[in-house]
Design a protein around this ligand. Structure first.
Ligand SMILES: Nc1ncnc2c1ncn2[C@@H]1O[C@H](COP(=O)(O)OP(=O)(O)OP(=O)(O)O)[C@@H](O)[C@H]1O
Length: 282
């Protein structure tokens, strides 16, 4: 029933409500997480709302809890305190397969020691839609190929992924997540291994998916200027807590950045786009 109802509401836009009047989006409320009982809290009373239809950047220094937050959102780990809801339904109520149709992850580490081809890996994004032992359909293949073109990895579709460079493998994993065709795309440092052209290409591809297909993007980013150029909203973290949250222009200020990264920043504004660029200095 839950599935049918969710298919009917489709992928809602920002601020929309579901047919039952429930608010859409991912809401994190009062989340405190420690890896083990008594090991110490990595996330402390984290609350933030991710609305449908936006591009979120999660930024903050090493060890500030960015990956831990998305691991909780993806239910790889579960906090004892606080709760996370998707379209007002507790995440705990979703099965693994249901969640895989809602959210796709591009992980930080894309090391793949396997003889599977790049195309095989991208096709794995279609598994949540397939019956067990089912053949890949033409539609599955089309979606996988489109995702590979979008991330510029179609040219090496037949190459074993163990033979790919770090950046090529990262683009294959991004294509797999896109092929998963979920409303939510969650990326942990998606551009970390990429050359500058492919960094821009991935961010442009995410923007296109957001604008044309209504995908909501949550990306952990270390590059503040990428975040400033491509993200509509920012979640800024420090020491396992939310430091600031809101529209990119409001959160990305030299003061906030200096406070979080403990280094100075100069800001220059692109008069054409109004986007801000930050230059760090000691
Ligand atoms: N399963 C775990 N067990 C113990 N400590 C953990 C675990 N997961 C994360 N941590 C610790 O929690 C802190 C936050 O880690 P997390 O990976 O969330 O930070 P991050 O902001 O994503 O960092 P980075 O920018 O370096 O990727 C780190 O000090 C890390 O060592």
């Amino acid at each position: 029933m839950k599935n049918l109802w969710r298919t009917m509401i489709g992928k809602a836009a920002a601020g929309e409500r579901t047919k039952n009047g429930r608010e859409t989006g991912i809401e994190v409320s009062g989340l405190s997480w420690q890896p083990e009982q008594g090991s110490g809290y990595i996330l402390n009373d984290v609350s933030c709302m991710f609305e449908n239809g936006k591009i979120y950047g999660i930024i903050g220094p090493n060890g500030s809890g960015k990956t831990s937050l998305i691991r909780n959102i993806l239910r790889f780990v579960e906090a004892e305190e606080g709760r996370i809801t998707l379209d007002s339904l507790e995440l705990k109520g979703y099965s693994r397969k249901e969640l895989a149709r809602e959210m796709a992850l591009v992980p930080q580490n894309t090391n793949m020691e396997t003889s599977f081809s790049a195309f095989d890996i991208v096709m794995m994004g279609r598994v949540p839609y397939q019956e067990r032992f089912a053949e890949n359909s033409d539609r599955d293949r089309e979606i996988a190929e489109e995702a590979m073109r979008l991330t510029d990895c179609y040219a090496f579709r037949d190459k074993a992924v163990s033979m790919l460079s770090g950046g090529e493998a990262q683009r294959v994993v991004a294509a797999r997540a896109i092929a998963q065709d979920t409303g939510w795309l969650i990326l942990d440092e998606p551009t970390s291994s990429l050359d500058v052209r492919h960094q821009v290409e991935i961010m442009e591809a995410l923007t296109k998916l957001n604008r044309e297909k209504g995908r909501t993007i949550i990306a952990v980013l270390h590059d503040i200027n990428m975040a400033s150029q491509y993200c509509s909203n920012i979640v800024m973290m420090k020491n396992g807590r939310i430091h600031s949250v809101g529209e990119a222009g409001e959160v990305l200020t030299a003061e906030n950045l200096a406070d979080v990264y403990e280094i100075n920043f100069d800001m220059i504004e692109n008069p054409g786009t109004g986007r801000k660029y930050y230059i760090p200095y000691f």
